[in-house]
Design a binder for this molecule. Sequence first.
Ligand code: KG4
Ligand code: ZN
Length: 347
Amino acid sequence: MTYNPKTNNDYRIILAIESSCDETSASIIEDGRNIKSLIISSQIKDHQKYGGVVPEVASRKHVESISYVVDSALKDANVTYDDIDAIAMTKGPGLVGALLVGVSYAKALAFAHNIPMVAVHHINGHISSNYLTHKELEPPYLSLVVSGGHTLLVDCTNYGQYKILGTTRDDAAGEAFDKGARILGYPYPGGKLIDEVAKTGDSAKIRFPRARLKGNQLDFSYSGVKTSLKQYIEKHDKETLAESIADIAASYQEAIVDVMVKNTMLALKATGHNKLSITGGVSANSRLREKMSIHCKENNIKLYLPELRLCCDNAAMIGSAGYYMLKDKLFARLNANAKAYESLDDG
Ligand code: KG4
Ligand code: ZN
């Protein structure tokens, strides 16, 4: 048996698989923009007791759930392998053991059913999540990607064509939220909890630092604000902290969001784009959504935000990114491999 799939330019139905971190996900995508089914099996509960994702645990959990997740996605969309025109999987970046589960499973399916395959960069996936929510969105536009592992300002000139304008020099935005939440005593991942608690707090109560960087003004740095929160907690007694926890969360969140808004507005000015797409887990943050909406309105920028279930890791976004890669004939072969690190500019 040889792997020699038929390729044409019509990849209407794509099976997508994502396993880069702590979510095992599969999805059926139609015409690159419509979600026929989306299954996400989260491992958060398995990692919570360790205060973060344990790579070895993540790999084992992916192995346990991958067949069930993929079968469920096919069943929910009412399709069989005969209907699948291509398979898209996340090749990286991410935890290599976790990625290998999705990559190997996709390769086995592609070989067994002789279906074309495409290997997608995880951030290309996040950026593409907005194509599923906003059918009218087309490049060029500016993209802000804010997740647990990445903080990027990207000039998106065409589908899959990216130029990185700014990135974090230390912690990613989601990491800043999660580390801050841990300092405040919340379980992993605490970004969503900070968002919730901050809703009743006064964000002007404490002035946490906004990093001023030398060099590229579009870069980010979040390690300072985290250290500042730690020092604030150490300086105050338990009762005072308990009384003002909402103000602390709101002020901390404001410092993180402020930098995102400032850099994004600068990047919009520099590139001349009038469309802004925000994606990644942190794009679910209600204060970021609110503040960015205000600034975009004032500056006549059209803002695109993903529906909430598409902010965090999911296979639907991989299917959408894969669709445009297939149109460019960027097929993967059976020697495709998982990659822990890879720049978005490299593909
Ligand atoms: O995109 P994602 O699922 O994973 C990566 O590719 O890293 O993002 C997960 C990150 C976590 O750090 C999580 O705390 C953060 O997104 N997050 C939030 C919110 N919801 C998820 N951060 C702030 N506010 C939220 N509402
Ligand atoms: Zn992600």
